[in-house]
Ligand binder design. Sequence first.
Ligand SMILES: [Zn+2]
Length: 143
Amino acid sequence: MTRRKHVDALAGIVERTLDAHAVPRARRLLDVELAWIEHAASESLPGEKRPRALRIRRVVETCRDEHLASLDADEGLVALGIPWEEVALAVRRRRRERAIAARRRCPRCESKMETLEVREGSGRSQAIKTHFRCPACGLGTRT
Ligand SMILES: [Zn+2]
């Protein structure tokens, strides 16, 4: 697994955790923290002005434990070396892409497209790709 795949896998687990959060207010706070981390990264704020963002950091570390549990020692070392901020930024990026996808309309009949997560490849080269399908006319597109 490449480093990039680890970031993706971690971001996926974090996303699932956020979506499963039962309390909307807590979920909202986590989203605010994600936005703040992205802002800090884009402004390259000095260390002391960096967000503490404790909640999202805790979520990332819990998800990292879950990810680590599925890895051997060598892979685990790679996953451990990824800064939590990098995972948070990847989550933020994925959520934005998802929001854009949610607004996507069918080019044939203008209905709102559904997103499907499709597994492609196998074993270590397996990746989750987003495809779109129109629930009204059945037209399917890839990203
Ligand atoms: Zn359609």
